[in-house]
Design a protein around this ligand. Structure first.
Ligand code: B12
Ligand code: SF4
Length: 497
C-alpha cells in the first residue's frame, strides 16, 4: 500500500510560500517532524510513501495534478487547526480521484467531532499516529474494513520509534537545522495551550539518552547539520536526563549551534553551563507575561523573579535570549502589557516573538470564550492563525487596535535595541582600534535602525498609515503610547537621579 502524506499548513501564508520563507529564515518553512516520524514507521511495515508539502506547490491545480499522477491509494493529511478548511478541500479532491483519505494531527486530536460528519474523510486518527496509522494501512491493504473514527494510542516507549525519515523535499533545511524530540508531553496547564488542557499531551515520556544520541549520530553523518533544534516544549522537565544528553552531545559535537525552549522556572545553572559549551546557543523562554495577575489568569505557574533569574543566568554564560510574550488575553489591561513591555525593554532579548492569543479548540480559553459568547463568528478556521487574529480579531471583548499597537511596539523595541556583539576573546585592543570598532558598531546600529524602520513603514501591516482611517488611528495611538512610555521612563530616571 502507498500513502501520500499531505502537509496543508498554508493558512495565511498561501501556496508557494516555502522559498520565500527559506530566504527570509522564518518558521513558515519548518520541517514537519510528525510526518517524518510517520513516514519512518509506515516504511518499517513495508508501506511506500511520498510527500506533498503544499507550501512547495504553486496552486490547487498543481495539487490536483500531483494527486492524479500519484500511484498512492491513500492520502494522509496532517491537520493543525488553522489549516482545517484547506485540509478538507484536499480530502475532497483526493476522494474525487478515488483515493482513501485519512486525517490526523493536532486538530484531529482536539476536535475529532468536526471531521466526523464530513464525507470527505474516510478515517480520522486522533492522538499519536505511530501505531494507529501503520495498523490502519495494514488493514486497508488486506481489504479489511475499519472504523471511521480511530483513537491513536500513546507511544509509551519512545525508544521503539525509528529515526525520522528526512524527506528530500526539505533536505536543504535539515542540513542546517535538525529538529530533535527528546521527550513528549508537558505537565503544565496553561489555559491557552493545547498541551496544557488535553490529558493526552500531559503525560511525560522520555527517550533514553542512548536512543537520542544514536539518532543524532546517524543524522549528523548523513546531513552534516550545523544547528540542532530541541522541539521539546520544556527541555528541562527532567533535568538530569537533559543534562546527560547535553553532556554527551557536547563531548561529540561542540561545534553545533543549539536552540532550546524553556520555562523560566526550569532553567538552572548547570543547564546554562552545559549549553554555553556549544558553538552558539539560543534559549527561547515562554515568559508570556510579566504581570503576576496575568500569569495567574493564564495559569503559567512562573513569576517575574524566575524570569529575571533565568535571563541573568543566560547573560552570565553568554547565551542568546529569545523571548515569547503573549498579549490579547481576555481580562488583560494596558498596565499588564506595560509590565511585560518594560521587562522586554530592560532585558533586550536578541529575538522576540510577540504572540496574540488564539483561542484554539481544546484549550480552556476556548471553552471559556464559547461559554460567555466571546468568540467571534468565524468564517473559516484560518481565523485561528496568529497573523489573522492580529488583523481581524477573534475574541469580541479584546480591543485589537490596541493589541496591534503593542504588538508593533514590542518588535520595534527589540529590533532597534538588539544587543551589541560581545567583545572577541583575547588581549584588550589598542585605543584606536577600540574607537574604530565603537564607531563601526554605532554606524551599523544606525543602519539597522533605518533599515528596520523603513521596512516597518513599508510593510502592509495593521499599523501602517496607508490611507485606511483605522490604520491612521493605530498610528496616533502608537505615538501616544510611545510618548507616555518615554515620559514614564524619564520620570523614573529623574526620581532615581
Ligand atoms: C514544531 C512546531 C511547529 C513547526 C512545525 C509544525 C509541524 N506541523 O510539525 C512550525 C513552526 C511550522 C509550527 C507552525 C505552527 N504551529 Co506549531 N508546534 C510545533 C510543536 C512545538 C512541535 C510539533 C511536533 O513536532 N510535535 C511532535 C510530533 C511527534 O507530534 P505531531 O506533530 O502532533 O504528530 C503526531 C500526531 O499529531 C499524529 N499525526 C500528525 N499528522 C498526522 C497525519 C496523519 C495522517 C495521522 C494518521 C496522524 C498524524 O501522529 C504524529 C506522531 O505521533 C507543537 C507543540 C507540540 N507539543 O506538539 C506546536 C503546535 C503543534 N503548533 C501550534 C500552532 C498553533 C502552530 C501555528 C498554527 C502557529 C500560527 N502561526 O498560528 C503554526 C501552523 C501554521 C499553519 N500554517 O497551519 C499548536 C497547534 C494548536 C492547534 N490546535 O492547531 C501546537 C500544539 C502548540 C500549542 N501547544 O499550542 N509549529
Ligand atoms: S504553554 Fe508550554 S508550559 Fe504551558 S502547557 Fe503549553 S507546553 Fe506546557
Amino acid at each position: 500500500m502507498k500513502i501520500a502524506f499531505v502537509y496543508p499548513g498554508i493558512a495565511h501564508i498561501g501556496y508557494g510560500s516555502w522559498d520565500a520563507a527559506i530566504a527570509a529564515g522564518t518558521s513558515d518553512a519548518e520541517c514537519v517532524y510528525g510526518l517524518s516520524l510517520l513516514a519512518a514507521v509506515v516504511a518499517e511495515r513495508g508501506h511506500a510513501f511520498e510527500l506533498l508539502d503544499m507550501r512547495q506547490l504553486r496552486c490547487e491545480e498543481e495539487l490536483k495534478e500531483r494527486l492524479r499522477r500519484s500511484d498512492a491509494q491513500v492520502v494522509g493529511i496532517s491537520v493543525q487547526t488553522p489549516s482545517f478548511d484547506i485540509a478538507c478541500r484536499v480530502a475532497e479532491i483526493a476522494k474525487s480521484l478515488g483515493k482513501t483519505t485519512i486525517g490526523g494531527g493536532i486538530h484531529a486530536t482536539v476536535a475529532p467531532e468536526e471531521f466526523e460528519p464530513l464525507a470527505c474523510w474516510d478515517h480520522v486518527v486522533s492522538g499519536e499516529g505511530e501505531k494507529a496509522l501503520p495498523d490502519l494501512l495494514d488493514k486497508l491493504a488486506a481489504g479489511d474494513g475499519s472504523a471511521k473514527m480511530i483513537a491513536g494510542s500513546i507511544t509509551e516507549d519512545l525508544d521503539q520509534l525509528p529515526t525520522p525519515y528526512l524527506f528530500p523535499e526539505w533536505g536543504a533545511k535539515y542540513r542546517t537545522l535538525y529538529a530533535l524530540e527528546v521527550a513528549r508531553g508537558c505537565p503544565g496547564r496553561c489555559t491557552y495551550c493545547v498541551s496544557g488542557e488535553k490529558k493526552f499531551y500531559q503525560r511525560m515520556r522520555f527517550r533514553s539518552v542512548d536512543h537520542v544520541l544514536r539518532e543524532v549520530e546517524q543524522a549528523h553523518a548523513r546531513y552534516k547539520f550545523t544547528n540542532l533544534l530541541f522541539l521539546d516544549v520544556n527541555a528541562t522537565t527532567r533535568r538530569k536526563h537533559f543534562h546527560a544528553i547535553l553532556h554527551e552531545l557536547l563531548r561529540r559535537h561542540p561545534d553545533l549551534g543549539v536552540i532550546v525552549q524553556e520555562r523560566s522556572d526550569g532553567f538552572d545553572e548547570e543547564t546554562a553551563r552545559l549549553l554555553s559549551g556549544f558553538r552558539s546557543c539560543q534559549v527561547w523562554f515562554g515568559f508570556e507575561s510579566m504581570s503576576p495577575r496575568m500569569l495567574s489568569i493564564i495559569n503559567k505557574e512562573t513569576n517575574p523573579d524566575e524570569a529575571r533569574a533565568a535571563v541573568a543566568l543566560c547573560r552570565r554564560f553568554s547565551l542568546s535570549v529569545a523571548a515569547n510574550v503573549l498579549i490579547g488575553v481576555p481580562g488583560e489591561t494596558d498596565d499588564d502589557i506595560r509590565q511585560t513591555y518594560e521587562f522586554i525593554a530592560e532585558i533586550r532579548p536578541a529575538v522576540i516573538s510577540c504572540n496574540i492569543l488564539s483561542p484554539f479548540p481544546g484549550t480552556k480559553v476556548h471553552d471559556e470564550c464559547v461559554a460567555r459568547g466571546d468568540l467571534m463568528d468565524l468564517d473559516s478556521h484560518e481565523r485561528y492563525e496568529l497573523r489573522s487574529v492580529l488583523e481581524r480579531g477573534i475574541i469580541r471583548s479584546i480591543d485589537y487596535r490596541k493589541v496591534r499597537v503593542w504588538h508593533r511596539l514590542f518588535y520595534w523595541t527589540v529590533g532597534l535595541h538588539r544587543p551589541a556583539q560581545p567583545a572577541p576573546a583575547g588581549p584588550r585592543p589598542r585605543v584606536a582600534t577600540r574607537l574604530r570598532r565603537a564607531a563601526t558598531d554605532r554606524a551599523r546600529a544606525l543602519a539597522r535602525g533605518v533599515h528596520f524602520l523603513t521596512r516597518q513603514l513599508r510593510e502592509p501591516g495593521p499599523a501602517t498609515a496607508s490611507g485606511n482611517p483605522e490604520r491612521v488611528r493605530d498610528w496616533v495611538r502608537f505615538g501616544g503610547l510611545i510618548a507616555r512610555l518615554a515620559a514614564a521612563q524619564l520620570g523614573r530616571r529623574t526620581r532615581a537621579g
